[in-house]
Design a protein around this ligand. Sequence first.
Ligand SMILES: NC(=O)c1ccc[n+]([C@@H]2O[C@H](COP(=O)([O-])OP(=O)(O)OC[C@H]3O[C@@H](n4cnc5c(N)ncnc54)[C@H](OP(=O)(O)O)[C@@H]3O)[C@@H](O)[C@H]2O)c1
Length: 329
Amino acid sequence: MGAFASQLSARIHSPEADMSSLHGKVYVVTGGLTGIGLQTSLVLALRGADLLISARDIPRAQTALRKLEESHPSIAKRVTIFAADFSTMDGSRKGAERVMELTTRLDGLINGVGRLIDVPWSVNEEGIELSMAVNHFGTFVFTTTLLPLLRKTAKEPGSDVRIVTVGSNAMMQTPKNWKPSRKAFGETQAPTETKLNAFMVKFARYGTSKMLNTPFTVELQRQLAAEGSDIVCVSLHPGGVATDGLLQYGVVISAIVKTLWLSPAQGALTSLLALTSPEVRANKKYRGAYLHPYGKIVKPEFAPATDPGFARELWELTEQIVAEGGLKV
Ligand SMILES: NC(=O)c1ccc[n+]([C@@H]2O[C@H](COP(=O)([O-])OP(=O)(O)OC[C@H]3O[C@@H](n4cnc5c(N)ncnc54)[C@H](OP(=O)(O)O)[C@@H]3O)[C@@H](O)[C@H]2O)c1
């Protein structure tokens, strides 16, 4: 994928040094003060970008930001935290509306928020299963609410607007015949979990909801291109990354993950590349693509995820449910 990608490979310890200046650019990074997001935010701010970062626990986010500013004084005043809880469409929309109060330009969005694997089954007040709500509906509502601002910025001379959505190769856990349907989004019955299958049940729920990040990106890219916008949309798997959430599965798994998986800084590289690489802007093959580390275009682990018909069907149903304000099964 060209010089930029090889420079941004895991062997390079300061990717920020390989990126051109981002002064004057404004990015939103959701979940940008924890895990992979924190490292992504750090590099962008070190290169001079101004960042708006979502968090739902504001005091915790402020503490994380203070620590970051203490260790990297040059980023002081570059980061603004805004509150957003993606558990409901309403919360996601309010988060995006807050962004529009805070900035009049937006050069890019990294959708990094994710409800991870080891969480209990639950349905939100809008009737949507919570991992679907956060990972799919939250991303959909947040992004589409910000589209007018992204489109406006993309029309400005010299702009380079991109929407990067952090999906996951856990999409391989999606049931073979899965299709978008109200029932699939609601999952109104708690699945039977036993001690033995609990992890796999949770993993499949996570993987299916993260899978949707990829067709969402495919259809978003199609629509933007059809209207003549040159916004670039990319989804990606960041790699297996040793972030705090994954280090809680006991001593053995934690040791394996720490030893064999990518560090959060390495996990940030594919997002950084998708957001800033000149190659991704220049080469049309990246439009709507699904990437693996570090920037490799791959076929999705769940084959329909990049199918345009599947993507459109998903979009249309999601849009209907959003318009109705919730799920009526
Ligand atoms: N680590 C990996 O190996 C891996 C692999 C593939 C994909 N990913 C994806 O990478 C992204 C970052 O994950 P990570 O490993 O860096 O873990 P992480 O630090 O826990 O990141 C997840 C972020 O999502 C936020 N979040 C979760 N539920 C939310 C909600 N309802 N409303 C608002 N924010 C919410 C979390 O906020 P709180 O801190 O408040 O919970 C956190 O900031 C996720 O999308 C994940 O699915 C990770």
